[in-house]
Design a protein around this ligand. Sequence first.
Ligand code: GUN
Length: 286
Amino acid sequence: MAAMIDGKALAERVTREAAMRAAALASERGIVPGLAVILIGDDPASRIYVDRKLSQAGKAGVRSFEHRLPADTPEAALLRLIAACNADPAIHGILVQLPLPPQIDSARVLDAIDPAKDVDGFHPVNVGRLSTGTGGLVPCTPLGCMRLLETVIEDFRGLKAVVIGKSNIVGKPVALLLLERECTVTVTHILTRGLPAIARTADILVAAAGSPGLVEGSWIKPGAVVIDVGINRVTGVDGRARIVGDVAREGVDHAAAITPVPGGVGPMTIACLLTNTVRAAERHGA
Ligand code: GUN
């Protein structure tokens, strides 16, 4: 039976660690970490994510600044808000929830965030730092994946890792983090030819394609560790909506360990966002 990696319990621990660091920062330097969360429009999934981020912030000793703007917000207005957050000394982290509505150029928005406050790690400066292994703020979901893997893998060196998905938010940065730990990394995606056979070579399989149940049990090598990043809303035969991952749940018993959905990567993304915010505040004026 594959072990379940409990992302909820680990997220609680990581959040408590962030809270301790935030408390030390407040008592030693009088700094309360501040996080601006910006949501444009009313995409239901984005609203749920943002609500969770805001509700968890307080537990980590992070003060949140909430900005909910209508779906037709012009790009210039968002850029003005970001400039104000960049200039505000009470704000150490800025998160713009993606995706953005079509009238807004996401790349221009991410470029406008001060890299020192870019707690999502999406600014080109932080992307470059990650690719050269020279510090910077690292995207939250990939960080969460690594923390989950560390609970079951002691030594990453030389392991074969296969990442399914090539997004800027998960696939590419998690591949870089695995490479940094000296894994041999193959990045694949939905159009990769012979994907099941490539997946079967993986000691570490990260499924981040956003495709419900894509990875079947037969794609998983016996003893592999599987991280399921998918958060897909599907309607069951009973007509009720539920959340499923990118990995089908039948026939996965031969994996060494696997993350559940929900309760795996999701809570870790938020815990790592709060950790990044505390880290940004620690570096503030340092
Ligand atoms: N949309 C989906 N995942 C993320 C994330 O990690 N950060 C932001 N800002 N938007 C997202």
